[in-house]
Design a protein around this ligand. Structure first.
Ligand code: ATP
Length: 326
């Protein structure tokens, strides 16, 4: 069965790392077709809208989407795209590779981030001169959906440690509900879990990441804690992610458009290639996903490496080395 993949490179280094992922997927000789869509800052400049309808439709109709990076127009691009694919869970694995000199080499954590509400609800207002507000939305349904996803993920993937991150002592209503629902789901699943205040958790993650496996988080906490974990394992160039819905999904690196290095050809393509491996898993190409992960891991171990990992290779050199191994 042919699977159609929507490819949206977006902004900055998205334009450099996305073609690398497509090249790797094409090399596997699977029954995949690719359709490319435009989105991002340049499209906004040219056409007045950052996410044209035809790109939205591509993502809606494809079996999965590969997304590069969003820049200044991120809120108008990636948030609606996550909505288009109906994604409610953002899966962000942060794993240290033995051959890299990670700050914390024992890190192997998967953040399961609620992806539809919280402080990213988009409900903001200027209520008076110099006074602006944001409405933090937490619903029982979305909290249950993410908690069930997280506990199921932990069970399927053999994780013993599940942690529910929250700040219910301060955000009593909103995180109070999130915590209450997530704990009930944990009890239903019969899985041991801990709960952790998200600020203290940030400290513990830095000092003892080996104590954590799956971390179920509200939206903003998941965004920040997974970037923190990126620092523990060697930087944003390494972290892939999946935005998973009922019957569609979008895969993207955790990093953004990295304007400081965009256009220089030195972006680390690993996060994007590992996102492509997650896409393969999603489409039930588990063996091929493993081959891509092995090839990326091999190159991380033996080089060539991009400057973020202390090397002097370009994106193309790393991609060619991964293709060689495949
Ligand atoms: P944006 O506004 O698009 O999110 P940003 O600058 O806030 O961009 P990132 O793109 O996430 O955030 O980048 C943060 C830092 O990590 C930058 O210094 C960037 O160069 C570095 N970085 C991110 N991704 C990569 C990558 N793939 N390879 C090398 N360095 C990277």
């Amino acid at each position: 069965m042919t699977h159609e993949i929507a490819v949206i490179p977006g902004d900055g280094i998205g334009q450099e790392v996305t073609p690398a992922a497509v090249e790797v997927l094409e090399s596997l000789d699977l029954d995949l077709t690719f359709v490319e869509g435009e989105a991002g800052d340049a499209v906004k400049e040219e056409r007045g809208e950052a996410l044209p309808d035809e790109t939205r439709e591509l993502a809606a109709e494809a079996d999965a989407t590969l997304f590069g990076a969003a820049g200044e127009t991120a809120a108008d691009v990636i948030l609606p795209l996550r909505d288009v694919v109906g994604s409610f869970a953002n899966v962000r694995p942060a794993r240290a590779y033995p051959a890299l000199d990670a700050v914390q080499p024992d890190t192997d954590i998967v953040f399961i981030r609620e992806n539809t509400e919280g402080v990213y609800s988009g409900i903001e207002a200027e209520v008076d001169d110099g006074v602006r507000t944001l409405t933090r939305v937490v619903t029982e349904d979305a909290s249950r959906e993410i908690a069930e996803f997280g506990f199921r993920y932990a069970k399927r993937n053999g994780f013993d440690d599940v942690t529910i991150a929250h700040k219910a002592n301060v955000m009593r209503e909103t995180d109070g509900l999130f915590l209450e629902v997530a704990e009930a789901v944990g009890d239903e699943f019969g899985v041991d879990y801990d709960t952790a205040l998200m600020d203290a958790l940030a400290m513990h993650l830095v000092m003892n990441p080996e104590d954590y496996g799956v971390v179920i988080c509200p939206n903003l906490a998941g965004d920040m804690l997974s970037d923190l974990a990126a620092g523990l394992v060697g930087g944003l160039g390494l972290l892939p992610s999946a935005n998973v819905g009922e019957d569609n999904a979008l895969f993207e690196p955790v990093h953004g458009s990295a304007p400081d290095i965009a256009g220089e050809g030195v972006a680390n393509p690993s996060a994007m290639l590992l996102s492509a491996a997650m896409l393969l898993d999603h489409l039930d190409y588990g063996d091929e996903a493993e081959r891509v992960r092995d090839a990326v891991e091999g190159v991380l171990a033996e080089g060539p490496r991009t400057p973020d990992l202390g090397g002097d290779a370009g994106t193309d050199d790393v991609t060619a080395a991964v293709l060689d191994r495949l």
